[in-house]
Design a protein around this ligand. Sequence first.
Ligand SMILES: Nc1ncnc2c1ncn2[C@@H]1O[C@H](COP(=O)(O)OP(=O)(O)OP(=O)(O)O)[C@@H](O)[C@H]1O
Length: 289
Amino acid sequence: MERVTPSSPDLRAIVVDDVSVDFPAHGISGAHRAVDGVSLSVDWGDVVAIMGESGSGKSSLLRVLAADHLRPSGQNTVPQIVGGEARVNGSSVRRLRRRDLPRFDFDVAFLRQDAADTLDSERTAAEIVAAPILERDRRYNRKSLDMRVATLMDELMLPLGAMGKYPFELSSGQRQRVALARALALDPKILIADEPTAGIDISVRSAVSDLVDRRRQAGEFAAVFVTHDIDLVRALRGSVFALHSGSVVGVGTVDGLLESAEHPYLTALAHAIGPSRRRPGRTIGGSIT
Ligand SMILES: Nc1ncnc2c1ncn2[C@@H]1O[C@H](COP(=O)(O)OP(=O)(O)OP(=O)(O)O)[C@@H](O)[C@H]1O
């Protein structure tokens, strides 16, 4: 399958324009607004971090960007875009159809919040990472596949011994890294990741920022993360997009936002981090509108 090349050099990786997201009414529960009129844009080469307290709408925003509403799920309700427009790698996620997903997913990888806990228990780590490639090409060269899997696992500082292990034999941080390696198996142009460093030991967390940095230096690549990992955002010189109750309450660098800390969420965050871990603001790396 060929990559979709943007028809115009101006085309951004992601453009979110006044998007509102609802969980539709279900049973006796009415519809619930999770994201309310949010706009942002992510250029190629950008890393954008979505931060905010629990329930602020971070995962809902990420899920609609990853076209999650089109995927079968055990959940009763899935978040839906009910207003505005979101384009990801040139595709309107609102207009996308289920049959468009294979092409969309080829370029846009999604690491779910529960990815580490939902790995296929019947497959080894190496089989899990290789699966997206084999699902597209059953006859993919075995040697190249093994090399690709080993390289990804090495990039994420997973010991080679982990390749033959099943998820239950791995630590939660190792499972998270296997999930991340699987998300990157097809060498996506855009990585949408819900807490990519969750559960990963601090001593190996830099592998995640190094990996993202390498990809954006290598060419057309962009990433959007939901994260609480301030060190990750700093390491990637990412732009922060702070959400509260589904609305934007701050945009800028992590240090710039913490220094100004105008919204109570940001004040609380700055307080929780403590003055010794705060640093003066720096230039905004991405473009958020
Ligand atoms: N399946 C669902 N049905 C109805 N409402 C939901 C559903 N999932 C989440 N919500 C609500 O939507 C809002 C946004 O939730 P969301 O999971 O996007 O927040 P979040 O910022 O990602 O939180 P967390 O950091 O805890 O993951 C919350 O008010 C939440 O209660």
